[in-house]
Design a protein around this ligand. Structure first.
Ligand code: LIP
Length: 268
């Protein structure tokens, strides 16, 4: 039985309290699919309401911490060594289309005096499946109350790979086609389910053997980078340099698949 620390209790309480009205809103979005205007404004309101709730709960629990949210940007705290990194609905387009594959995701970044930083705790919650992924640096990764680990597959040819693809208004379409062309010839399957936070979590529990994507944001990746490493996997940028916490490029996998996938992507 996993025993969460006081810090993880704060994070999971905040996420669960945020999720309750979100599940009701999700039900309403399903009804709005038939309206000509669609649920766009309604989803934006749900997104903003969720981030406001997380902001209030997390800053009440840890008053001095900074807050970086997808909707409100960066709010500096008095404690310059800690920042919450939050995406209130990761998989917004899925939520908008009443697809039950989205998550509330919260990471906690700790910054050292030399300016280096690391994610020290993370929570990602899919309220529709009631799957709460959580991890704290050095203490393992969990799905609800079960410890999880990355898959044991060794060969790219046997692997199921997740990715994300750009859409209207995004950049990187040509590179995405090159990536899919190069990876698709070498793996057992590719999936694009629309939530980076859940893609990382599914690598951490072994449902996926690897995940790659380009042009993400820090809030898409904060918790997930910790999940995969705490579950025994590797997370890097696709290039030989760069910080995966930026979200610029991501290559996350178990230790056997990671080098082979990264090599294919670097050549794509
Ligand atoms: C989404 C990511 C997804 C990516 C989308 C989008 P959002 O986050 O989770 O992996 O492919 O472009 O960035 O915008 O739904 O929070």
């Amino acid at each position: 039985m996993a025993l969460a620390s006081a810090l993880l209790q704060v994070m999971t309480d905040a996420v669960r309290k945020t999720a309750r009205p979100m599940v009701r809103d999700f039900g309403e979005v399903s009804n709005l699919q038939v309206s000509r205007k669609g649920p766009g404004d309604f989803v934006t309101a749900a997104d903003l309401k969720a981030e406001q709730t997380l902001f209030e709960l997390l800053t009440k629990a840890r008053p001095g911490y900074g807050f970086l949210g997808e909707e409100r940007g960066l709010i500096e705290g008095t404690d310059k060594s800690h920042t919450w990194i939050v995406d209130p609905i990761d998989g917004t387009t899925n939520f908008m289309h009443a697809m039950p594959h989205f998550a509330i995701t919260v990471g906690l970044e700790r910054r050292a005096p030399d300016g280096s930083s690391e994610i020290v705790a993370g929570v990602t919650y899919n309220p529709i499946l009631n799957e709460l992924f959580w991890a704290e640096k050095g203490k393992g990764c969990y799905l609800n109350d079960q410890r999880i680990r990355v898959s044991g597959r060794r060969d790219l040819a046997d692997s199921l790979i997740a990715t994300g693809l750009p859409f209207i208004g995004k950049t990187g379409h040509a590179q995405a086609i090159k990536d899919i062309h190069a990876v698709g010839q070498r793996v057992a399957g590719i999936r694009r389910l629309g939530s980076a936070a859940l893609d990382f979590a599914w690598v951490a529990c072994g449902r996926y053997d690897a995940y790659f994507e380009r042009n993400l944001k820090p809030w898409d990746v904060a918790a997930g980078t910790l999940f995969v490493t705490e579950a025994g996997g590797i997370v890097t940028s696709i290039e030989d340099h760069g910080d995966p916490k930026s979200g610029a490029t991501i290559c996350a996998a178990n230790a056997e698949v990671h080098p082979a996938l990264r090599k294919v992507l670097q050549a794509a």
